[in-house]
Design a protein around this ligand. Structure first.
Ligand code: PRP
Ligand code: URA
Length: 209
């Protein structure tokens, strides 16, 4: 079964409080999403393999470590996942970025796919899928199903807020995908919104409501 990591870092918890606040405007909201994504990426990349190299310091030759060439790709789920890209690229600037476009039909809550462009060499890469919200899980499950068709080496999923319903559905559908969650909330309401959540992440990032 997939490993689920729920972030307990004080900086993430602190920033989440401001992110949830209905009075937080788009500019601050965007900044917070980027900062939280960067902090979560630090944890999600904890298992990157290292190799030993020799480095000449001004004093001596030291045996030190560098990341041993594992290639990464970040794949944000449009739109809201875009808000996480700058934060993760700040930590791994050499990563490639793919895009997958999905929106939830407001009536059925089912994901509707409208765009998919992934790096050509995705078979050689570990993919980290980004979306701030995991609600019913439909969007993440569908995005990961599409990405798996292109055979990446490994897939992880990173979200800022998850509902228990979505987390369970994602684990069931993709038991091989490790999941990183900023906060696990209480439940979904009748409209498929996470409670207490933060509202509509895409609208708050892009100021469309
Ligand atoms: C939001 C969010 C996820 C999805 C989560 O996107 O960013 O992609 O809902 O819900 P689910 O787990 O029930 O599928 P939305 O459909 O609002 O599209 P947007 O990012 O374009 O606003
Ligand atoms: N998508 C959002 O942006 N927010 C929710 O609470 C659920 C889905």
């Amino acid at each position: 079964m997939a490993k689920v990591t729920i972030m307990d870092h004080p900086l993430i918890q602190h920033k989440l409080t401001f992110l949830r606040n209905e009075k937080t405007g788009s500019m601050e909201f965007r900044n917070l999403v980027g900062e939280i994504a960067m902090l979560m990426c630090y944890e999600a990349t904890r298992d990157l393999p290292l190799k030993e190299v020799e480095t000449k310091t001004p004093v001596a030759v030291a045996k030190t470590k560098v990341i041993s060439g594992k290639k990464l790709a970040f794949v944000p789920i449009l739109r809201a996942g875009l808000g996480m890209v700058d934060g993760v690229l700040a930590l791994v600037p050499s990563a490639r970025v793919g895009h997958i476009g999905l929106y939830r039909d407001p009536q059925t809550l089912m994901p509707v796919e409208y765009y998919c462009k992934l790096p050509a060499d995705i078979q050689e890469r570990e993919v980290i899928v980004l979306d701030p919200m995991l609600a019913t899980g439909g969007s993440a499950i569908d995005a990961i199903t599409q990405i798996k068709k292109r055979s990446p080496k490994e897939i992880k999923f990173m979200c800022i807020i998850a509902a228990p319903e979505g987390l369970e559905a994602l684990q069931k559908a993709h038991p091989d995908v490790d999941i990183f969650v900023g906060a696990l909330d209480d439940h979904l309401n009748d409209h498929g919104y996470i409670v207490p959540g933060l509202g509509d992440a895409g609208d708050r990032i892009f100021g469309t409501k």
